[in-house]
Design a binder for this molecule. Structure first.
Ligand code: ZN
Length: 167
């Protein structure tokens, strides 16, 4: 397993809509292992393939975090259904260092997709897990937290990122 470098905003791969995964090839299996390790070592609770430079529909999630590692989930080609409720919370993203943003999400949802063994899975999620799943699926549509932020907040972050590049 290897820790992969995380792509950060405004890397174009983060703004691209991703492609479905037809089957678990050895390359995909390796990428899944590396993504789970990268998620944990980066102290994250979720990671989407575009964040490590792959424009495909694959996410890894563990709402218990890198210390507990109790509920690692791998979902390919995720699709939401039965979404209900609304909850706003402050989110951050490994691809957007220092950036946080309040986002309104569904409280409960069902997510269908394929797991790392190529089996069909269905997950009923609420609370933190539901929020993370929606955040990671945003990445698959080329959407990040800056797309949820006000124009002013986004402009301020753009300025900050440009300054980092210069320094
Ligand atoms: Zn993110």
């Amino acid at each position: 397993m290897a820790r992969l470098p995380i792509r950060t905003y405004p890397d174009p791969v983060l703004a691209k809509k991703t492609q479905p995964v037809a089957e678990i090839t050895p390359e995909i299996a390796k990428l899944i292992e590396d993504m789970v390790q990268t998620m944990y070592e980066s102290d994250g609770v979720g990671l989407a393939a575009p964040q490590v430079g792959h424009s495909i529909r694959l996410i890894t999630v563990d709402e218990t975090g890198p210390k507990e590692r109790k509920n690692p989930l791998v979902i390919l080609n995720p699709v939401f259904s039965d979404c209900s409720g609304a909850k706003e919370s402050e989110e951050s993203c490994l691809s957007l260092p220092t950036f946080t943003c309040k986002v309104k999400r569904y409280e409960c949802l069902t997510l269908k997709g394929m797991n790392e063994k190529g089996e069909d899975i269905e997950i009923r999620a609420e609370g933190l897990l539901a929020i993370i799943l929606q955040h990671e699926c945003d990445h698959l549509e080329g959407k990040t937290l800056v797309d949820h932020a006000s124009r002013l907040k986004r402009t301020m972050y753009d300025t900050k990122v440009k300054k980092w590049k210069k320094d």
